[in-house]
Design a protein around this ligand. Structure first.
Ligand SMILES: [Zn+2]
Length: 382
């Protein structure tokens, strides 16, 4: 509240104000005269109200509970009135109060003072504050694109924890304890787990494969899922390696699923991702959880297969791993879901690195750029 405005008003009022006099006569003429004087005083003051601050001062002066003029009128006139004059004094008092309240109602419609408005002035021609609209991270976008391709083939999406047990990450995926294949995935383990049995020890999952086992334990075949997710390995960072990266894995289990189903599925998926002219070819490989296993190459998307620097003149780029689900993996699933009997069902699995595909699609040469949080880099994908 502007104290200057208050003082202006109260100083003014003090000059024109007279204390409420004591009434000596209570006949109708005297009462009418005395109340008319107060009414004209209130009207005069109300006409000069020019800001919310002085309106409030006016309200306090007349209606204030302790020092208000109406309170004073009540205690001096109403209480002093002889019994026969109480009623007319009360009626005059009531109409004076209504007048003051009406004047206040009218005055409170006043806007803020010119000075207050000037202090709050903003230049509406100034440019506004720009807020950046968010956009999908290129990794998220690539992962969603891959998932969409398989969603179109009837696959659903599976997710699982990033902190996994040794059982789900390794043992159930057919990496027995002490098996050398474990050394190919440098693992970040959670500290202080030495007293637990090996299969219960916690680690950061090195692949999204644990979700395959968790899904099979939850539901009998048929299963068709893709598993997008973050994985961790104790890799030294370089242009193409990062201790954190993303995979999309897939699992298809049903009666009579064959290797040619696997080839047809991945050939379709690569054409959907990179264009219909892309070719695929399969090479024998090894993964503990598939048998037989294969590496998949696609014809170079940069040179169309003629040979260039990107494909080291070979015309082909290695992109993913796959294979028929190893019966040993089904045996682990069958512990909880007997329907995973390798004599009755079969299936295939595949996995691909999201960063590698994103780097190819967007021409990124350093994997670390995806995680550096540099807006100059990320802004290019918005
Ligand atoms: Zn090439």
């Amino acid at each position: 509240m502007g104290s200057g405005a208050l003082c202006d008003l109260s100083c003014n009022l003090r000059m024109t104000n007279e204390a409420i006099p004591n009434l000596t006569a209570f006949d109708e003429a005297s009462l009418g005269q005395a109340f008319a004087a107060l009414e004209s005083q209130a009207r005069g003051e109300a006409a000069a109200l020019s800001s919310p601050e002085v309106v409030e001062a006016f309200r306090l002066r007349w209606l204030g509970r302790k020092q208000g003029r109406l309170n004073e009128v009540s205690s001096r006139w109403l209480k002093a009135a002889p019994p026969e004059a109480k009623k007319p004094v009360g009626e005059h008092f009531k109409s004076l109060k209504e007048l003051v309240e009406n004047l206040l109602d009218q005055a409170s419609g006043l806007g803020p003072s010119d000075a207050a408005l000037a202090a709050e002035t903003i230049d509406i021609t100034l440019p506004g504050t720009t807020r950046l609209a968010g956009a999908e991270h290129p990794i998220t976008r690539t992962m969603n694109e891959i998932v969409q391709v398989f969603a179109g083939l009837g696959y659903s999406v599976g997710v699982g924890p990033e902190v996994e047990t040794d059982f789900y990450n390794f043992e159930s995926m057919n990496f027995p304890p002490g098996h050398p294949a474990r050394d190919t995935q440098d693992t970040l383990v959670i500290a202080g787990q030495e007293r637990r049995p090996l299969r219960e020890r916690l680690l950061l999952r090195t692949h999204t494969s644990p979700v395959q086992m968790r899904t099979m334990e939850q539901q009998p075949p048929p299963v068709r899922i893709v598993i997008p997710g973050k994985v961790h390995r104790n890799d030294a960072a370089d242009a193409t390696h990062s201790p954190i990266f993303h995979q999309v894995e897939g699992l298809c289990v049903d009666a009579n699923v064959t290797f040619s189903d696997l080839k047809g599925t991945l050939d379709h998926a690569m054409k959907a991702l990179f264009g219909s002219s892309v070719k695929t070819r399969f090479f024998p490989s090894f993964f503990p959880f598939t048998e037989p296993s294969a590496d998949v190459q696609i014809s170079c998307i940069f040179c169309g297969g003629k040979g260039c620097r990107k494909c080291k003149q070979s015309g082909w780029i290695e992109l993913l791993g796959c294979g028929m689900v190893d019966p040993a993996v089904f045996a682990f699933a069958a512990e909880k879901q007997p329907a995973y009997d390798p004599k009755k069902i079969s299936g295939f699995a595949f996995g691909m690195g999201v960063e590698r595909i994103a780097m190819m699609k967007y021409g990124v040469s350093e994997i670390g750029q995806f995680f550096a949080g540099d807006m100059r880099f990320l802004g290019q994908f918005a």
